[in-house]
Design a protein around this ligand. Structure first.
Ligand SMILES: C[S@@+](CC[C@H](N)C(=O)[O-])C[C@H]1O[C@@H](n2cnc3c(N)ncnc32)[C@H](O)[C@@H]1O
Length: 266
């Protein structure tokens, strides 16, 4: 409970600068996750977004034609999401999504079952009891529906390279399995835990099966290294071409910086 409260305070304080900090990431990698979401979800479906943050993906999925219920632990994140949807998404009146300040730990509070759910970029790394979360999520999803989540991976091959070259020191945190979330190089007291695909398989096995997964990214440098500023476009394009072939293949999909996991509700 204590960690959960601390995380909420951290995310509220992060909210006003979140979009600015994630700008590079949004331009560089976000579209890959959205492509996966759009390939598994259809326009017209009612989806639950867990940890929607400032609503960047909510806008895209609304414009794609999905109906959404947005949830997040942070009231400040939701305020920005609501504003963004009002100004950018093609939605109004009855189509305006429900925006609910709800921790993922209470996701079974809904009385309806959704056509699917998604939770992008590290939300699951912040949840206090992930096994319990899958059990609760199972209750609010229709049978055979998809839950698509992107998590910070426990085993990223690039950590070993960047550690050896003295570029980053994320290796230590990932090997330990958890770490305090950093903002502008300063550690907060909010905790993130790191999971492998096998961890997620074990936590969810009574409620979901893993359909497929994707490394995000495997070969392209992670957004926090600012590759778009440091590498010529030609090299990035070449890496991206190879990336789009291998991101879904064994063993590469197991060793990306983040992993997009597509789970099917049993
Ligand atoms: C890295 S941000 C990702 C936001 C958004 N999904 C995106 O793709 O930009 C993590 C989000 O998870 C939310 N969060 C953290 N812990 C949570 C929890 N226990 N329940 C619900 N949301 C949580 C934070 O408030 C934050 O908005």
């Amino acid at each position: 409970m204590r960690r959960f409260r601390i995380n909420k305070i951290f995310w509220d304080s992060y909210a006003p600068v979140y979009d600015e900090k994630k700008k590079d990431f949004d331009l560089y990698l976000r579209h890959k996750n959205l492509k996966i979401l759009k390939s598994f979800f259809s326009s017209g479906q009612t989806l639950l977004e867990i940890g929607c943050g400032t609503g960047t993906e909510s806008v895209e999925m609304l414009n794609y034609g999905c109906k959404l219920v947005l949830t997040d632990i942070s009231f400040e994140m939701l305020k920005i999401a609501r504003r963004k949807i009002t100004t950018v998404a093609n939605t109004s009146g009855d189509n305006f999504p429900k925006v609910i300040n709800l921790p993922a730990e209470y996701i079974d509070s809904f009385k309806i079952q959704f056509d699917g759910a998604y939770s992008s970029f590290g939300v699951l790394n912040c949840i206090t009891n992930i096994e319990n979360f899958f059990q609760k999520l199972h209750k609010v999803l229709k049978p055979n529906s998809y839950f698509i989540t992107s998590i910070i991976n426990r085993w990223y091959w690039g950590d070993f390279l960047f550690f050896t070259l003295g570029i980053t020191n994320y290796l230590r945190k990932r090997l330990k399995g958890w770490g305090y979330i950093s903002l502008d190089g300063k550690e907060s007291n909010a905790v993130a835990r790191y999971y492998s695909i096998n961890d997620i398989r074990n936590f969810s096995k009574n409620f979901f099966s893993i359909e497929t997964c994707f490394a995000l990214p495997f070969l392209l440098p992670p957004a926090y290294l600012k590759p778009t500023e440091r590498l010529p476009k030609k090299i990035l394009n070449a890496l991206d071409k190879v990336e789009s072939i291998i991101w879904h293949s064994f063993p590469f999909k197991y060793f990306g910086e983040q992993t997009v996991i597509v789970l099917k509700r049993l």
